[in-house]
Design a protein around this ligand. Structure first.
Ligand code: SAM
Length: 211
């Protein structure tokens, strides 16, 4: 009598989680099929290449079309690039093979399978915000490893980025999320001053895990 409803609830829960995962994957695959999205590296990486190590392992997490992965590989790093959607991963692997870049692109749900401890010298995250994953990302850095992070903020001046507040950063939130790291670089301008100029709608941070 008792076992049946419990088993039923478990069954429903398991399937609900599975449906959510499929929705995320399918939603993103559809967008990439439709040709949405650009293969562009994040500004936080592009403008701070001088901080990268000369060699080592890098991860482009939730990489999409892999703009960060390509730039990291061009800098001489051995790159893993993971995304839940298989469409951009297949396209990225083709580009990497064609250009002979050291990129291993893989389909991976990073919420279910986060990177292992002390695996990467560099991790780059662009426009993907999962607060629960941040401790695992910090653990995944090797000593002296760097994380480059850039995504949308709740203060914005244009209509770019997700509508839901939970997918955008609160004021100074990146600084809190990475407070145990040594912060090398941080930029967030909110709506201060001439909003037609500057770096708006987003925040970016580079943190180092002291060895
Ligand atoms: C806004 S796009 C950003 C893509 C890329 N980082 C960029 O800057 O262009 C967000 C990406 O996160 C991926 N994603 C969403 N949930 C994920 C998950 N649980 N595991 C891995 N990737 C995920 C999506 O498939 C999508 O490619």
């Amino acid at each position: 009598m008792v076992a049946l409803p419990v088993a039923g609830i478990k069954f429903l829960t398991v399937n609900f989680i599975k449906i959510c995962d499929m929705n995320t994957k399918e939603k993103w695959n559809e967008r990439y099929h439709a040709g949405t999205g650009e293969r562009q590296a994040a500004l936080v990486l592009n403008e701070n290449l001088h901080l990268l190590p000369e060699n080592g392992r890098a991860l482009d997490l939730a990489c999409g079309l892999g703009g960060n992965a390509i730039l990291l590989a061009q800098q001489g790093l051995k790159v893993d690039a993971w995304d839940i959607a298989d469409v951009p991963i297949a396209a990225l692997q083709d580009v990497a093979t064609e250009r002979q870049l050291s990129i291993q692109a893989g389909v991976r749900d990073v919420e279910v399978n986060p990177p292992g401890p002390e695996t990467f010298d560099v991790i780059v995250v662009g426009y993907f915000l999962d607060r629960d994953l941040i401790p695992a990302l910090i653990r995944a850095l090797k000593p002296d490893g760097l994380i480059y992070y850039q995504t949308f903020t709740r203060q914005y001046v244009s209509d770019r980025g997700p509508q839901r507040a939970e997918f955008r950063l609160a004021d100074q939130e990146l600084l809190q999320l990475f407070s145990e790291l040594h912060i090398l670089f941080y930029r967030e301008e909110g709506c201060v001053g001439d909003v037609q100029k500057g770096f708006r709608d987003e925040a970016m941070l580079i943190g180092m895990k002291k060895g």
